[in-house]
Design a protein around this ligand. Structure first.
Ligand SMILES: [Zn+2]
Length: 438
């Protein structure tokens, strides 16, 4: 993009005037940002760091994830597959201060490895984040290959160009370098706002802009709430703002949150119980897990009770309708020795039937089905199977026992019902005649 505004022109010119990343910095990166590798090839270990190769001592050694080089003593990670070329790509950053701007330079480094050769490195500065004292940022970057699946397939020979303001929404902007070159150069304002030397695992451009424009970030850093700070800057800004009162209580009491996710959950529970989020005794529990679990259990208990009350109300409402719908069948029962098949007389009985046999006759509101008659086959008053009968077709739709399985009484139950279908049909006709007369 061609610089148009005064700021874009200024940053483009300053960027061109920056001294290149030094050989010393690159050398530091080569030592610090990459893993060391080994590979097993034709029965021999090859150190891809010093080109040494040797025979394993034992069979089991070849299955290890890491191995020590017998020559350079490096701790080597084993490559899973043997191939000709091996490659590792990492980012590092260099910080700089230039004409009042805080600059974060992002370098993409390649380590190319081959058996029997020393590794070969290349380093390309791919982005510069220019942050002004107000925490506003503009980035210059190289182009990326838009046809690549990776968002950071850099075109290494394209120039560093100023990017539009919305570059901050690009995943490239949030690239967090694996390490930052020591001897950080930072503007005085950042130091005043609490920055010392540690980035706490946060991408420098994210931490710096936040420290310059956002008092919350500054407060969190100054009170060394590091896990809160990184949580806040990692897309959870909204959560922290919502819980700000509780966060303030933690800050005031120097309470260190062990596990942010659990704590946020816990605060949500406190809020549900309408508790005071200014009370340190509540907001800063000594044993967070225990306090959290206790509230979860308490809430579940309340919800269960509420659910039961709702169910009771629902049953009460459904009861008269069911009685009216099925009045001609109520009290109907057929007995064969120890086995009784009877019509469910109340909606309450559906609940009992469903609870005993673990099926959905109550949950799915079979008592509301106009064309179905539900019967229970029982031995010694205990439900064995539940039967659904179609009234219009006068046939059994289903007959199921515990967890919807058939029991050993199944065929006997079917026989009893089929034998008594005429009795049921007889009752079905009566009210129809009445309505016909009416
Ligand atoms: Zn070695």
């Amino acid at each position: 993009m061609i610089p148009k505004t005064a700021i874009e022109k200024e940053i483009s010119a300053l960027s061109a005037s920056l001294k290149p990343v030094t050989a010393q910095m690159n050398c530091w990166a080569e030592q610090h940002i990459f893993l060391k590798w080994a590979v097993l090839s034709r029965g021999k270990f090859h150190c891809l760091e010093c080109a040494h190769s040797w025979k394993p001592d034992s069979e089991s050694q070849s299955c290890q994830k890491y191995i020590a080089c017998t020559a350079c003593k490096g701790r080597l990670k084993m490559h899973q597959y043997n191939q000709v070329h091996f490659k590792e790509i990492e980012y590092f950053a260099v910080t700089d201060a230039c004409q009042g701007y805080q600059v974060v330079r992002i370098i993409c480094s390649h380590k190319n490895m081959k058996k029997n050769f020393l590794p070969d490195y290349s380093h390309t500065e791919v982005m510069q984040h220019w942050i002004n004292p107000k925490g506003e940022v503009r980035t210059t970057s190289r182009s990326t290959n838009v046809f690549s699946q990776a968002y950071d397939a850099w075109k290494y020979y394209s120039p560093l160009e100023i990017r539009p303001k919305d570059f901050q929404n690009s995943p490239k902007y949030r690239i967090n370098p694996y390490k930052v070159y020591p001897n950080l150069k930072v503007i005085a304002l950042l130091k005043r706002n609490g920055f010392k030397t540690s980035l706490h695992g946060i991408a420098p451009q994210i931490l710096f802009t936040a420290l310059l424009k956002d008092p919350i970030a500054e407060t969190l850093l100054k009170s060394s709430q590091k896990s809160l700070l990184s949580h806040y800057l990692n897309f959870h800004e909204q959560h922290l703002r919502e819980n700000w009162q509780a966060v303030k209580t933690c800050l005031k009491n120097r309470y260190k949150i062990q596990d942010i996710k659990i704590w946020e959950d816990y605060i949500a529970l406190l809020r549900w119980f309408k508790k005071d989020l200014g009370s340190p005794a509540l907001v800063c529990p000594e044993n967070l897990d225990e306090a959290h679990d206790r509230l979860v259990a308490k809430k579940r208990d309340i919800q269960r009770k509420k659910h039961l009350a709702n169910m009771r109300a629902e049953i009460q409402q459904a009861e008269p309708i069911y009685k009216q719908d099925k009045k001609q069948f109520l009290g109907l029962s057929f007995t064969d020795k120890d086995l009784t098949v009877k019509v469910l007389d109340r909606v309450q009985d559906f609940l009992h039937e469903g609870d005993t046999l673990h099926h959905c006759v109550f949950t799915n509101e079979y008592f509301k089905k106009k064309d179905s008659l539900i019967l229970s086959a029982q031995i010694e008053n205990r439900p064995i199977e539940t039967i659904e009968l179609s009234l219009s077709k006068m046939e059994i739709i289903q007959c199921r026992g515990l967890r919807n399985k058939a029991t050993k009484h199944h065929s006997r139950i079917l026989r009893i019902i089929n034998k008594n279908l005429p009795e049921i049909a007889k009752r079905l006709k009566k009210p129809k005649k009445q309505t016909a007369i009416a």
